[in-house]
Ligand binder design. Structure first.
Ligand SMILES: O=P(O)(O)OC[C@@H](O)[C@@H](O)c1c[nH]c2ccccc12
Length: 274
């Protein structure tokens, strides 16, 4: 049993407050993902602030990694670009600190487990908390092995966001989403991240199943790429997560003075739609 059954709610956590506010307003949340350090960390800071202005409710920062097994080609390439300019956890913490000087937007780090282990679990949790991170997603850390990291994160007031997939099954979903988790990351399909069209078959049933097994808000990611499609999916959950489609825009305009404008327009169109 990795996750604690009984856990005090992280009432001061920005993610929790954000979902409470969205629910009160009857609004759907938009979570945007960018790879930290793509094309560079200064731009990452500006992108986060611009996305917030355009309507993003929560931002997920990807820690670039050489072997990103849950990621499709778009985010793999972004990771390579970020690694090439030396992006690592230390610098990313610095970027978060910069964002926090100007913004209270909830921030999540998406990182594979290896960089966290190398940093040290306690040091990672303490530094993340100090600079103003609110939650962490670790796609290659199974619940069964998550207790040591989760203990450190919880002690610092951070969530370890659980991932559930259509293949998870009701019993497992119930177990890994028990207690206050901030939200549950519902992976829309079996596969890797990437730009996709339409709504995956069976998504509604899957989300109904998750809903029956947890009281936490549900956010859906993997393949959410277009405003219309985001609207359809948002009908069945509390928030949508958009990564690759945004990262692709950044790739296209990385050398253009209009990068921020293009990102702003895209994020705005997504938030308007949901
Ligand atoms: O890129 P997509 O298909 O829009 O999916 C979301 C996503 O990018 C982000 O949440 C993410 C990027 N890499 C991940 C690895 C695992 C889980 C989630 C992620």
């Amino acid at each position: 049993m990795a996750y604690a059954d009984e856990k005090t709610m992280l009432l001061e956590n920005r993610i929790r407050q954000k979902f409470d506010n969205l629910a009160r307003r009857g609004e759907k949340g938009l979570i945007t993902f960018v790879t930290a350090g793509d094309p560079d960390l200064e731009t990452t800071v500006r992108l986060v602030l611009e996305m917030e202005k355009a309507g993003a409710d929560i931002v997920e920062l990807g820690v670039p990694y050489s072997d990103p097994l849950a990621d499709g080609p778009v985010i793999q390439k972004a990771s390579l670009r970020a690694l090439k300019n030396g992006t690592a956890l230390k610098g990313i913490f610095g970027a978060v600190r910069e964002v926090r000087k100007q913004s209270n937007i909830p921030l999540i780090l998406m990182t594979y487990y290896n960089p966290v282990l190398r940093y040290g679990l306690a040091a990672f949790a303490a530094e993340a908390s100090t600079v103003g991170v609110d939650g962490v997603i670790v796609p290659d850390l199974p619940v069964e092995e998550a207790a040591p990291l989760e203990r450190e994160l919880t002690a610092q007031g951070l969530y370890l966001i659980p991932l559930v997939a259509p293949t998870s099954g009701a019993e497992r979903i119930k177990r890994i989403t028990a207690g206050d988790r901030g939200f549950v990351y519902c992976v829309s399909l079996t596969g890797v991240t990437g730009i996709r069209q339409g709504v995956p078959p069976g998504l509604e049933d899957f989300l109904d199943c998750v809903r029956r097994n947890t009281a936490n808000p549900l956010a859906v990611g993997f393949g959410v790429s277009h405003p219309e499609q985001a609207r359809e999916i948002a009908k069945h959950c509390d928030a949508v997560i958009v990564g690759s489609a945004l990262v692709k825009t950044i790739e296209e305009y990385q050398n253009s003075p209009d990068l921020l404008v293009h990102v702003k327009n895209f994020v705005h169109s997504l938030k308007e739609a949901i």
